[in-house]
Design a protein around this ligand. Structure first.
Ligand SMILES: [Zn+2]
Length: 101
């Protein structure tokens, strides 16, 4: 999947997981491809800060509240997160292909 075809909703969901507004196992985007949802979840987990008050995993700014970190990720790093999700979808596709043949 090309980065520019990754839906904005997936970027938002990844940012929700990263900022702990949403737990990874509760992420559900019914209309999105299962691989794409898994990719958004994986990237969200990668971008999670270990602290209750988050410092940005990408640029180290902060500390942010949950909501503040969410907004920071979407506004400042949205295009990077979109690219990360696109790359993760590609990686997942390749690993699934590898399993079957
Ligand atoms: Zn940042």
């Amino acid at each position: 999947m090309k980065a520019n075809s990754v839906p904005a909703k997936l970027v938002e969901e990844a940012a929700k997981i990263a900022s702990r507004l949403c737990e990874p196992d509760t992420l559900s985007i019914p209309y999105a491809h299962k691989l794409a949802v898994t990719a958004a979840r994986n990237i969200g987990i990668q971008l999670r800060s270990s602290e209750e008050l988050s410092y940005c995993v990408i640029c180290r700014k902060g500390p942010f509240t949950k909501r503040g970190y969410y907004l920071h990720l979407v506004r400042v790093h949205g295009s990077l997160i979109r690219q990360m999700i696109a790359d993760e979808i590609k990686r997942l596709e390749e690993s699934y292909l590898g399993q079957t043949g």
